[in-house]
Design a protein around this ligand. Structure first.
Ligand SMILES: *Cc1c(COP(=O)(O)O)cnc(C)c1O
Length: 461
């Protein structure tokens, strides 16, 4: 079958256990979205049919990972499962020190606290919500140094996550290298649409940073997807394994934060990885305050075992190529239906361009928030806003106005089949057909930070 060219890559697994679900009726959906204040984060999971809210912690673990759960060593200190996790990170990513945390933001909190002084600047390739929140809480100002193409949903640059070296150099010249503790580099870039960074760019950023003694810290949350894009798109990498590509990628970093809930293929967990011993010591001093002993950091032994096994499974080409194909399948079907999406299709999600859905709704009446609510109303499919609500407010209390006003359809790992994606395409098509009849939203309740999680809205009449 090697010569057989499939239209899309079939599942590299078979189903051993099923979780029944049902489509709520139109009346149930209308009631549910009102109860949720038009915020899909506030819907009950029971009221949702296909859940594309996030790929975070929603993964299906393998039989091998479930078997690993039974081998949990729940000793308070020195669990053997921590050793396995540490070995996996050393082996796959090449870092010396591993600090486990309850999830990615636990690692971000510690990294921000040990490295940032008030008044510092942290450049990054587009912001991520929790990452920037921790940097700002530690007293830093975030500066976006991603290439301009990343802010244009129509631009088909193959590596839209790349750093613009001129922007990075300009920031160094403006504030001085001593006020830049590290460069925060996401691989892939979630907020740009799951877009990858090229190996050449990772190398160039690292060289520039080294020249000024600035550290480079990866947000490694979706590093496996980034590696697969490099294999598919960057000349010279087509015959390399995902593991070889990962090792080279991480050779251009001084450390990373990781949410195991994404490319770790588990439901909870994360870590901070470092090469510098002094930094590692500072991190262990804080992990005991915020997470737990340095040998569990908020995870149970069994969780660490499942994560160690998941890291290996994710670094397998069949796994990640199938995942990228599922996302591509959904994206291409939407394009065929004439739906405006961010191009090229990213690694973990398809992003709808809400500005082109609802050109008649101004950005401060939250078109993407409304589009996510409409898709739910049409179908029971849950998606999420990634636009002005996610971007939040600046220190003066004004909305950030991001160029991208998107709705994210995020694909959990190993959970849904291609038939589910056909249903999702019909759901989005129904929202598209009804687009002229839809108006914007206004706040009923707005929380002070990370407002997208718990804000409530009502439709503008
Ligand atoms: C999810 C995510 C995080 C935060 O990780 P949690 O495990 O949710 O705390 C950080 N960065 C990116 C790019 C993410 O997608």
């Amino acid at each position: 079958m090697d010569s057989y060219k499939y239209k899309y890559r079939p599942e590299p697994y078979r189903i051993k256990m099923v979780e029944p679900m049902r489509i709520p009726t139109r009346e149930q959906r209308e009631e549910a979205i009102k109860r949720a204040g038009y915020n899909t984060f506030l819907l009950n999971s029971e009221d949702v049919y296909i859940d594309l809210l996030t790929d975070s912690g929603t993964n299906a673990m393998s039989d091998n990972q479930w078997a690993g759960l039974m081998l949990g060593d729940e000793a308070y200190a020195g669990s053997k499962n921590f050793k396995h996790l540490e070995e996996a990170v050393r082996d796959l990513y090449g870092f010396k020190y591993v600090v486990p945390t309850h999830q990615g933001r636990g690692a971000e909190n510690i990294l921000s606290k040990i490295m940032i002084k008030p008044g510092d600047y942290v450049p990054g390739n587009m912001y991520f919500t929790t990452t920037r929140a921790h940097q700002e809480l530690a007293g830093a100002t975030f500066r976006d140094v991603i290439i301009d193409e990343a802010h244009d949903p129509e631009n088909e640059h193959p590596f839209k996550g790349n750093v613009d070296l001129a922007k990075l150099q300009a920031l160094i010249d403006e504030v001085g290298p001593e006020r830049i503790p590290y460069i925060s580099l996401a691989v892939t870039v979630n907020m740009a649409g799951g877009q990858p960074v090229s190996m050449a760019n990772l190398k160039a950023v690292y060289e520039l940073a080294q020249k000024y003694g600035i550290k480079v810290m990866f947000d490694a949350t979706r590093c496996v997807e980034n590696a697969c894009f490099i294999k598919h798109r960057e000349p010279g990498y087509e015959n390399k394994t995902i593991r070889e590509i990962l090792r080279e990628m991480f050779s251009y970093a001084d450390g990373c934060t990781m949410s195991g809930k994404k490319d770790g293929i588990v439901n909870i967990g994360g870590f901070l990885a470092l090469n510098d011993q002094e930094l590692y010591q500072k991190a262990t001093a804080l992990v005991v305050v915020y997470e737990g002993m340095p040998s569990y950091g908020g995870m149970s032994g069994r969780d660490m075992e499942a994560l160690a096994r998941g890291l290996y499974e994710a670094a397998d080409y069949d796994f990640v190529a199938h995942r990228l194909d599922q996302v591509r399948y959904l994206g291409e079907k939407l394009l065929e239906a004439g739906i405006p999406i961010v191009k090229p299709i990213g690694g973990h999600a398809v992003f709808l361009d809400a500005r082109r859905f609802y050109p008649h709704i101004p950005q401060d009446e939250f078109p993407a928030q409304m589009l996510a609510a409409q898709i739910y109303l049409e179908s029971g499919v849950r998606t999420m806003e990634r636009g002005i609500i996610s971007a939040g407010r600046d220190a003066q209390g004004n909305h950030y106005y991001p160029k991208l006003e998107l709705v994210r359809l995020t694909i959990p790992r190993r959970v849904y089949t291609y038939a589910h994606f056909d249903y999702v395409v019909d759901a989005v098509q129904a929202a598209w057909n009804n687009r002229q009849n839809v108006k914007g939203l206004r706040f009923v309740y707005e929380p002070p930070v990370l407002r997208f999680f718990t804000a409530r809205f009502e439709p503008i009449q």
